[in-house]
Design a protein around this ligand. Structure first.
Ligand code: FBP
Length: 553
């Protein structure tokens, strides 16, 4: 490992505060939590989870004289990076060692593939030390392999049995935690003792529900993006010559866009869920942006900042239809997929697919620039998701707004000069050093995962609640993974998956945004959050997101 910078060393020395309840770790045991009830799950899910279906929420109570045995536990990082992943692992390690000094933790390398192929390293205190409160997932790496074939399940079983694992902790988003539930059920059916526990990770903020208040990584990503957006706002306010079209990572849900909008006050922030509810077409969206630009031009303002959620195109009806048609045409095993593979150039593929589309989708496909057409054909990820991170929606919107303004100019409706810069707030938000919030949240999540395994719970998600309160007052529970599931269409088949939470258009957070956004459109009410702070007044270092504050205060 390269030598550490001064800030890294200071972060290694930082000790996350622990919730009071976790300070007496060795006295805690899991019990049913009759006061916490999860929502009812669709009956189709029963056939996938005959053993795990209907598990209760678990809380923890103190008991005296518990004798702990050494445990052998494996951990894996799954999916996209999110700040704080290392702290989950370190929290898990520290808790296991506290419960019994002879317990061992193993890290599977490069995601779920590491489980299938039995590739791992032992995670010792010495190795982990340099990763305390650091960003990234580079300690053991991550991956997006979906464990789905019978061979993969069998291989995973062979691995955990060969290692004699008592527990397996899967740190991941909705898809990875769906996999965790499937593995837990499979291990139970095979009489395997390994308990499987999930941890809610994703910068997208879409893995949340009545019990899970937020996934880790969202807080840090929103702080990193807000700093960048503020810097671009200052830049455009100084030069006054162009519009920044900033796309923000976050997949389908617009949580990061909404949070960063409230933090920075852009001239316009699109919220995909709202566009879908209003049934806005692509042309409607273009006109909305063009209207703003025309109004600002009348005020002599030929600059501004527009925030675009990464997954917006999946919410615009004609794009949604186009993407669904493409997904079907490109689904593995389809005749078209094989014929496409036989074509060697991208332009041949684009032409081929264009001919296969029905008229309305073909029209939509035709309207978009060639680079975006090819980006839409890129492989889906192993879970069947369109890789929206690879689609340059910010450029698509700039091009189409340019055409619209040209039209308006020729009919005398616009007299300004439009210049725009695309910007993508993407991967840089996932691997930064975790904020104090994420560092502490993740450390506690690791502790709770250890406790769940110690208590013999399987098919559960580690959960820390009351996150708007001081850390000492945070509480802990175990949430059954199956209780978060719904049936969804994936690659043309109906499958149980953990529900993605989208922006709640009736919620108080969205309401707060709606009340303010008109003022931000024409005034330059930009708000500069500056870089995330680790040291200094608690109002800065412990600040939580608007999302958490509005949804849970
Ligand atoms: P997870 O859902 O695995 O947490 O990943 C989130 C994310 O960062 C999305 O916001 C983004 O669209 C995607 O990963 C990018 O994936 P990749 O790293 O495979 O390009």
């Amino acid at each position: 490992m390269p030598s550490l910078t001064l800030l890294q060393k200071l972060r290694v020395d930082y000790r996350p505060k622990l919730p009071k309840v976790l300070q007496q770790l060795d006295a805690l045991v899991a019990t049913n939590a009759p006061d916490q009830v999860h929502s009812k799950v669709a009956s189709e899910i029963l056939s996938y989870f005959p053993i795990l279906f209907n598990q209760p929420i678990l809380s923890f109570s103190s008991q005296t004289a518990i004798k702990h045995q050494p445990k052998r536990v494996g951990v894996v990082l799954s999916g996209g990076q999110a700040a704080g992943g290392h702290n989950v692992i370190i929290g898990l390690h520290d808790a296991l060692k506290k419960l019994h000094p002879k317990s061992c933790l193993f890290g599977f390398k490069n995601g779920p593939n590491g489980i299938v192929n039995n590739q791992l390293i032992e995670l010792t205190s010495e190795l982990l030390n340099a990763y305390r409160n650091q960003g990234g997932f580079d300690l053991i790496g991550s991956g997006r392999t979906k464990i789905e074939s019978a061979e993969q399940f069998q291989a995973a079983l062979n691995t955990v049995q060969a290692l004699d694992l008592d527990g397996l902790v899967i740190i991941g988003g909705d898809d990875s935690n769906t996999n965790a539930a499937l593995l837990a059920e499979y291990f139970l059916q095979k009489g395997c003792k390994t308990k499987v526990v999930g941890v809610p990770k994703t910068i997208d903020g879409d893995l949340k529900n009545e019990q899970i208040e937020i996934s880790f990584g969202f807080d840090t990503a929103s702080k990193i993006y807000s700093e960048i957006i503020g810097n671009l706002m200052r830049d455009t306010l100084s030069a006054q010559k162009s519009y920044y079209f900033i796309k923000l990572m976050g997949r389908a849900a617009s949580h990061l866009n909404l949070e960063c909008a409230l933090q920075t006050h852009p001239n316009l922030a699109l919220i995909s869920e709202e566009l879908a509810a209003d049934q806005m077409t692509l042309q409607d969206v273009i006109e909305k942006i063009a209207d703003l630009i025309c109004k600002r031009a009348l005020l002599g303002k030929e600059y501004g900042v527009i925030l675009i959620p990464e997954g917006v195109i999946e919410f615009i009806p004609e794009f949604k239809q186009l993407i669904e048609a493409l997904n079907e045409l490109l689904a593995p095993g389809q005749l078209h997929a094989a014929e496409m593979d036989a074509l060697t150039t991208l332009s041949e593929k684009v032409k081929y697919i264009h001919k296969k589309l029905e008229k309305s989708s073909a029209d939509c496909f035709e309207r978009i620039p060639a680079e975006i057409q090819t980006q839409l054909l890129l492989d889906r990820d192993p879970h069947g998701n369109v890789q929206v991170a690879k689609i340059e929606t910010e450029r698509l919107l700039i091009e189409m707004v340019k055409q619209e303004l040209k039209k308006r100019k020729s009919s005398g409706k616009y007299v300004g000069k439009f210049s725009a810069q695309p910007h993508y707030c993407g991967y840089e938000g996932r691997s930064g050093m975790p904020s104090n919030f994420d560092a502490q949240y993740c450390y506690a999540l690791g502790y709770v995962a250890a406790l769940l395994i110690e208590s013999g719970a399987t098919g559960y998600m580690s959960c820390v609640q009351h996150l708007t309160k001081p850390v000492e007052e945070w509480t802990i529970v175990g949430i059954p993974l199956v209780s978060m599931m719904a049936m969804e269409q994936r690659r043309g088949k109906s499958k149980p998956v953990i529900r993605k939470a989208l922006v709640d258009l009736k919620g108080s957070l969205f309401k707060a945004f709606k009340e303010q956004r008109d003022a931000w459109a024409l005034e330059d009410a930009y708000r500069f959050t500056g870089p995330m702070q680790f040291f200094g007044p608690p109002e800065l270092t412990e600040a939580i997101t608007f999302t958490l504050a509005y949804e849970h205060a």
